[in-house]
Design a protein around this ligand. Sequence first.
Ligand code: PEP
Ligand code: MN
Length: 339
Amino acid sequence: MIVNMSSTATQEQIDHVMERIKECGFLPHLIKGAERTVIGVVGKNRGRRNELEALRVAPGVEDLISISQPFTLVSLQLQTQRTIVNVKDVRIGGPELVVMAGPCSVESREQLMETARAVKAAGATILRGGAYKPRTSPYDFQGLGLEGLKILKEASEETGLPIVTEVMGIEDLDAVVEYADMMQVGARNMQNYPLLRRLATVPRPVLLKRGPSATIKEWLLAAEYLLSGGNPNVVLCERGIKTFDSELRNTLDLVGVALAKELCHLPIVVDPSHATGRRSLVPAASCAAVAIGADGLIIEVHPCPERALSDGPQSLDLPGFAAMMQTLQSAMAVAAAGR
Ligand code: PEP
Ligand code: MN
């Protein structure tokens, strides 16, 4: 960080700022120019960074310029090698594009088994499905809970596909850890810091969805909670954000994916289903996500979308998913060659 003192700053004010920097556990480096003075601040005392930032209002200070990111551990500034996250034997962030697919909600054994077999045959390598559902209305289907987790496990055992499923609250955490191979933090929970702190301590990779109104910085800082708490196995997921347009469910922030990849070393997957809310747009959004450098996709698939208990309009049916995977093959080959 650089503290830019105002041209009228007195020696006493400069001394005070230098002293305060030392008190916060950092080293000040004074640079006196002909007209003004700047103070370079070095050190890693992350916990007191906000005290340093308060110096912005100290007498004689004109401006503070941050030169390192507040999300230190996820930043590419500190770790220049990209992280690869293993979900059982599936590697996310390597040369292969990873496709996670399955229904929005686990509704029954038959529905999940049929979907699991079909998505596997079409090339998906991770099975998704919600057992605990964050529904906007309390009157909507809330998920099968523990029974849903058991069905997921059975489908995983039969197909060999690892499972990603959402954990909505700390109260369900132990059950989800027992059955899931990857813990999904839903968009609504991206800033549930007590939940993130607990997930930092569990021996499972985490899929961290971007909050509908979260900035890139807030999203990366949420990931920082997981890494700083001890869990380095984090995959980010862009699932659309709120904008002024109401034609689509959300707005897919594809350039945000590219930016997040410039800023951090974690793998990033795209969820075109929630981002668009419309099944017809899912294949095109998926190709675009691959083209911009996403490490994977998470896609909602249902054997009969018109009967789905949640998110039917954005779910591909089984032949639709297989067809999309065919179209994606060439996009995947191009992406793999470029990695
Ligand atoms: C989901 O994956 O079904 C889901 C609820 O997603 P999001 O948290 O992105 O809305
Ligand atoms: Mn859904």
